[in-house]
Structures are given as structure tokens and as C-alpha cells.
Design a binder for this molecule. Structure first.
Ligand code: ATP
Ligand code: MG
Length: 393
């Protein structure tokens, strides 16, 4: 039998009556993600997604890497199937895992018997296969407590499967099972991570970026589109709405007290984003805000910023995380290197020397009273370019 992948379901197994809906979604997501790598058969039984190549032309390494980015999978292993027969299981272990086993200092065998009709129990299977492997690999010690390497044997309905240690999957819930979000994407470290975190909960995403040409350059915009492209590895293809923000920023600079520049600008961002999100059928907004990180992310500032959003929740998946934790995720998902490229963001245009860290709503509303908010917002929305970001690959 060929090599195949077993992907173990994550939180889906905690679902009650609608578990089937989540499983169907995951199955179709896996099928779609495998398509560039050849013909695969995908099905779900016993809390496991079986991904089997249908011919020798399949790109197994490419497919395996893609499996690691599919939400809804808690752990995954490459394995080989064989007949449910002890000789066949032993032979498969030697052929398929022999090199890894020979390189280990010690090993053990761990078995699971999902098919209760199989005549031996899991302990007996482990003992017998372990004994035969110990004879075949006399230099590798048996250590059932702290083995360097574990050989797994699973007896399932249609076959037995042999594999080495499993790898962690992407976790979360299947994409498309949790609604749709609009992520405010800047060029920084935080917002791509926030987008990834919300996508992990099964949410489809699209992004909104505010762009202040010529204060922010074409290269800054390219950087943001590149970040979106990197995110598609996890989220699937998406659109980025690039909103022309120059007129609003200049109007704020010319008409409002300097200490309120940032907070007023952020209120415009939120209000415009809510309207765009609504037009696109998104049900929430997502930002990379993080409590206490900068002046505009105190509780008082966030109260004033988010007061303009009336019809949907605003989520901040990073709100309680330390920068170090955020950076770790950014590195793991591959956005960090691009995020730290030194291009300016519109948040750094006209930044006040002494921003108000504890703004008061009434004062802010007075500070922005000279602006024709509605007309500015209308024009900015008309001045939006929708960019389609292709799937990373
Ligand atoms: P990031 O690292 O994501 O840029 P930050 O720590 O620099 O975040 P701010 O610049 O205060 O924080 O921005 C807070 C959030 O507002 C960002 O995480 C992002 O969601 C949103 N945001 C900021 N600038 C933009 C922009 N130009 N376009 C779209 N969203 C933005
Ligand atoms: Mg930023």
C-alpha cells in the first residue's frame, strides 16, 4: 500500500448535533488544498481525515506541507497502510520506519486497536512488534518510559497503519465554518497575526488597508499586499480593499488639535471599515490592537476609537498577549520578515508629539467637529481599490 496521511480532527470532536457540518467543511477544504499536488482521495472516519494519493504522480511532500496549514486538524502523521496481520505490520514497520529506527538511541511501540475484532489487544500488539523490532535492531534499546523514538501501530476498520511520531496540525476550526471578518491590515507585525488568529477560528477573512499616498509610498502598499499574500497560506485567497486616506489625514492635520490627530484618524478608519465590511457581508472587524502597547491602545483610547462602530463587534485577538508571543507567531506563520521591512504606515504620518493617552469622548468629538465626516467618508470609500490576492503557493 502507498503512503498516506492521517489528519486527526481537533475541536470538531467536541461538537454535538452539527459535527457533520464541520466535518463536511473540513473534508472539502482538505480536498481543495490537495488539488495542486495531484489526485487524492479524502474521507473522514473515526475522527480522522484520510488523505490517500490515487497514483504515483502525486507530490507527497508538497501535499504534506499544505496539510500543516489546514485549520481543524490537531495533529497529523504520514503513515503506511498494510493488511491487518502481524507479519505484514512488522514488515511495514521495518521497511517504512527502519531508517528512523536505526538512527534512534531507544524506542518503543505504541498500539491502538480501533477495530475491536482484531484478535490481539493493543498491549499484545506492542509487545510482539516491539520484540521483533528489538531483535532486528539490536543496537537500539527498548525504553518504554522515555523512548527516543516511538513506532505507532493503529488497527482500524479497513487496514492497519504504521507511523512514527505525529506532528502538530494547524489547530482551530475549518475555514468557512465561522462566518466572515474584515481585518484592518497595516504593514506592522501585529495585524497579520491578528488576522491569522481569527482565521484559525474558522473565519473567512478579507483585509482593509488605509493608504496615504504620497505620505506613504507605493512600496509600503506593496508590502501590505505581500503580507496578505503570505496570510493566504492559511486563509485561502482573499481581497484587500485599499482605501485612499490622504484627504482625511490632511483634513485632520488642517482642522484638529494636534494631540488628537491619531485618535481622530483611528475613528475614521473604524467607521470606514464598518461600512466596507457591511457591503461585503463581513460580520465583524478585527484589529491588531494590544492593550497598553501605544498611546492609542489604552482602554480610554479604545473606547473612543470603537465608539463609532455601531453594527458589529470589533475583535482584537492580540489584546492580552505580550509582544514576544506575537513575534513568535509572526515568525512561525512567515509574516515577520516582511512586517519588519522599514516602510512607513499612515499611522506614522502626522503623529502628534504628545498624543492624549486618556482621551475623553466629548473632547474628541469637539476636536473633530469642524470636519464634514460624512462627505470625507463617502469620498474615501469611493476612492477604494479592491485588490484580489491570489493563493500563496
Ligand atoms: P500593527 O503592528 O498591526 O501595525 P501597531 O501595534 O503598529 O499594529 P497601530 O499602528 O496603533 O498599532 O494600529 C493598531 C491597529 O490598527 C493595527 O493592528 C491595524 O489593525 C489597524 N491599522 C493601523 N494602521 C492601519 C492601516 N494603515 N490600514 C489598516 N489598518 C490599520
Ligand atoms: Mg502599525
Amino acid at each position: 500500500m502507498n503512503e498516506l496521511f492521517l489528519l486527526k480532527l481537533g475541536e470538531i470532536i467536541l461538537k454535538g448535533a452539527n459535527r457533520r457540518v464541520f466535518e463536511d467543511r473540513l473534508k472539502s477544504n482538505v480536498g481543495r488544498r490537495m488539488r495542486p499536488f495531484g489526485e487524492f482521495k479524502v474521507n473522514i472516519t473515526q475522527s480522522t481525515v484520510y488523505v490517500e494519493p490515487l497514483n504515483d504522480e502525486c507530490d507527497m511532500d508538497g501535499a504534506w506541507e499544505a496539510c500543516g496549514t489546514i485549520f481543524g486538524v490537531i495533529s497529523m502523521c504520514r503513515c503506511r497502510g498494510c493488511e491487518k496481520d502481524m507479519d505484514a505490520i512488522y514488515r511495514t514497520a521495518v521497511e517504512y520506519l527502519g531508517d528512523d529506527l536505526a538512527a534512534a538511541k531507544s524506542f518503543k511501540v505504541e498500539s491502538r486497536r480501533a477495530d475491536k475484532r482484531f484478535p490481539l489487544g493493543s498491549i499484545q500488539i506492542s509487545q510482539e512488534i516491539g520484540g521483533r523490532l528489538a531483535e532486528a535492531f539490536p543496537d537500539v534499546e527498548v525504553d518504554v518510559h522515555h523512548p527516543d523514538y516511538t513506532v505507532y501501530v493503529e488497527i482500524r476498520d479497513h487496514a492497519a497503519y504504521v507511523h512514527g511520531p505525529a506532528l502538530p496540525g494547524a489547530g482551530g476550526l475549518p475555514t468557512g465554518s465561522g462566518g466572515r471578518a474584515a481585518v484592518l491590515l497595516s504593514g506592522g507585525i501585529d495585524s497579520p497575526v491578528a488576522g491569522y488568529m481569527i482565521a484559525k477560528r474558522g473565519v473567512e477573512i478579507e483585509c482593509i488597508h488605509f493608504f496615504s499616498y504620497p505620505y506613504t509610498s507605493e512600496r509600503a502598499k506593496e508590502k501590505v499586499l505581500e503580507l496578505a499574500r503570505l496570510m493566504t497560506k492559511y486563509t485561502g485567497k482573499m481581497t484587500v480593499d485599499v482605501v485612499g486616506f490622504t484627504e482625511i489625514q490632511e483634513a485632520i492635520r488642517d482642522n484638529c488639535p494636534e494631540e488628537y490627530f491619531t485618535i481622530i484618524m483611528r475613528r475614521f478608519m473604524m467607521e470606514i471599515s464598518e461600512r466596507i465590511a457591511r457591503d461585503h457581508g463581513a460580520q465583524c472587524l478585527v484589529t491588531g490592537e494590544n492593550l497598553g502597547q501605544v498611546a492609542s491602545q489604552t482602554m480610554e483610547a479604545m473606547t473612543v476609537t470603537h465608539q463609532v462602530v455601531k453594527t458589529m463587534p470589533v475583535f482584537h485577538p492580540l489584546i492580552g498577549m505580550d509582544k514576544e508571543e506575537i513575534v513568535k507567531i509572526a515568525r512561525r506563520i512567515g509574516t515577520m520578515e516582511t512586517s519588519v521591512l522599514p516602510y512607513e504606515d499612515c499611522c506614522t504620518v502626522f503623529t502628534p508629539k504628545h498624543p492624549k493617552t486618556k482621551p475623553n469622548l466629548e473632547h474628541v468629538m469637539k476636536a473633530e467637529a469642524k470636519l464634514d465626516r460624512e462627505a470625507l467618508i463617502e469620498r474615501a470609500i469611493q476612492n477604494t481599490e479592491m485588490v484580489k490576492v491570489k493563493f500563496y503557493g
